[in-house]
Design a protein around this ligand. Structure first.
Ligand code: SAM
Length: 473
């Protein structure tokens, strides 16, 4: 039985087999109200963990319902906290999620793993022991020992010693669960722990005087576990549990068989917007994850090329082109690849990523035909923000169809370099005509005309270094 959330009338009364053939389904796309204003986006396991720049579940849900049948396979190569996979799961489709961020892979796995009552009873017995221990006087918490034994000492600069001791006690209890062979419960508990760390960081980390100092860490964690348990139990009554595979890997080199996927729905990182490794640093440290490796391979990050930010753009375009070639490789012929992305900004210039992507798809030999680009307004309450890009009010849904196998490989540096050079050259021509295209409204500091004209020289310099910049580091 497929799961029903609040949907447009389009889906009411639909049974599990598709009502539309491919062409009819494509014709339905413009009839949908893509703003999904006031729809509930937080239900079941979608609520488990915060994640920046996630998309709303109604986007993957719509494509899953229109273009796939039960037990077909949906892929999200940049799965983040697993929105696409949760929707595939709730609608009885198999799914594959890929993300280089190990925390993203963990959250996605836990959000799509059913746990039975017997396992939860075992887990609750373990937590009852932990709770009895944590209400004891703090003298018995081995504060010094625990603070000194942390996997990485940086955390002690952010969290108070009392908070560290409690978090460490929780971590140790979870390790015991793992040693007793309960891997799924171990991961379930780690997501609850990570979500607790996230709340603490958001509230001042529990350092003296910080807003988080009043927070009872154990209460926060145990309440989170209870809440998650309730949601997983609900999900178990709704779906039989289709197959799910989560890979912690690089979207530019997918560890997947060619021609094995029936639909891709994804939202890639934006250029010059968020550094996920930085955002998740404390969670990852606590979970003993290697964030340096992720930092090295993260697409769209902006902690380098400080003196010429346009080099970030050519690097990003190269990374996205490789990812698109990989998406073509793993997709079956005739199937859809859906990419959701908002505009971005580099040095006051507007970066319309959706246009770059649609153009890449059409490029010689890649094997996609762009079908449509859908514009949608992001609900006011769910705007993504980042220091460089500011608020993002709208996004674009680029819908492409695989018409043939790609003639080029994702590792073909010469091809990547040639396509990116063409795109950057056309971008420079636009900027020559008008500069400062991302400056909005009257407020805020504005750059001078001279400063903006320098962007043209910077783009020219960035074009020269493309062969180096597009190489995978
Ligand atoms: C916009 S987010 C995806 C959010 C997702 N749609 C959701 O709803 O949670 C982009 C994701 O790309 C991931 N990413 C960055 N570089 C990557 C790479 N080289 N390979 C795979 N994933 C990468 C980031 O970790 C981040 O989770």
């Amino acid at each position: 039985m497929p799961f029903n959330t609040k949907q447009t009338p389009l889906f009411e009364g639909r049974n599990s087999s598709p009502k539309y053939d491919f062409l009819n389904a494509v014709e339905m796309l413009p009839k949908i109200d893509w703003n999904f204003k006031d729809f509930n986006t937080q239900y079941l396991s979608h609520t488990f963990h915060s994640y920046p720049a996630r998309f709303i579940p109604q986007i993957p849900l719509t494509f899953i319902k229109l273009f796939t049948e039960e037990r077909e396979t949906i892929l999200d190569p940049f799965c983040g906290c697993g929105t696409t996979l949760v929707e595939a799961f709730l609608n009885n489709r198999n799914s594959v999620g890929n993300d280089f961020n190990p925390l993203a892979a963990l959250i996605t796995k836990v959000k799509t793993t059913l746990i039975d009552d017997a396992q939860f009873r075992y887990f609750n017995r373990k937590l009852a022991v932990l709770k009895r221990y944590l209400v004891l006087d703090s003298d018995s918490w081995r504060v010094n020992e625990r603070t000194n034994n942390l996997p990485n000492r940086k955390v002690s600069a952010v969290f108070s010693r009392k908070v560290i001791s409690k978090l460490e006690a929780i971590r140790e209890a979870l390790l015991e669960v793992k040693e007793e062979g309960q891997e799924d419960l171990f991961d379930f508990g780690r997501v609850a722990l990570s979500s607790t760390v996230w709340s603490l960081v958001e509230n001042g980390g529990g350092r003296g005087g910080g807003r988080g100092s009043g927070i009872e860490v154990d209460d926060l964690f145990l309440r989170k576990v209870k809440f998650m348990e309730k949601e997983v139990s609900k999900m178990a009554t709704l779906v039989p549990g289709p197959e799910v595979r989560v890979i912690c890997g690089d979207a530019r080199k997918l560890n997947l068989q060619s021609g094995s996927v029936d639909l891709i729905v994804t939202s890639p990182p934006y250029v010059n917007a968020l550094d996920y490794y930085r955002i998740h640093m404390y969670n990852m440290l606590w979970l003993g994850m290697d964030f340096d490796l992720f930092r090295k391979h993260e697409i769209g990050g902006h902690s380098h090329f400080i003196s010429n930010r346009f080099r970030l753009l050519s690097e990003y375009l190269g990374d996205m082109l490789r990812s698109m070639i990989e998406m073509n490789r793993v997709l079956k012929k005739g199937k859809l690849c859906v990419i959701v992305v908002g505009n971005s900004s580099v040095e006051y210039e507007l970066i319309e990523s959706h246009k770059f992507f649609a153009e890449m798809g059409e490029k010689r030999g890649i094997g996609f035909t762009p079908l449509k680009t859908i514009f949608r307004k992001i609900d006011k309450t769910r705007k993504y923000t980042s220091a460089d890009v500011g608020k993002i009010d709208d996004e674009y849904v680029v819908v492409m169809r695989k018409v043939k196998d790609s003639e080029v490989a994702a590792g073909d540096d010469d091809f990547i370099s040639e396509v990116v050079s063409g795109q950057m050259t056309r971008f420079r021509e636009q900027i020559k005509k008008v500069q400062g295209t991302s400056i909005r409204g009257r407020s805020g500091r504005k750059p001078t005309k001279e400063r903006l004209l320098k962007n043209i020289d910077k783009i020219t310099a960035a074009i020269e270094t493309i062969p180096e910049d597009i190489k995978i580091k």
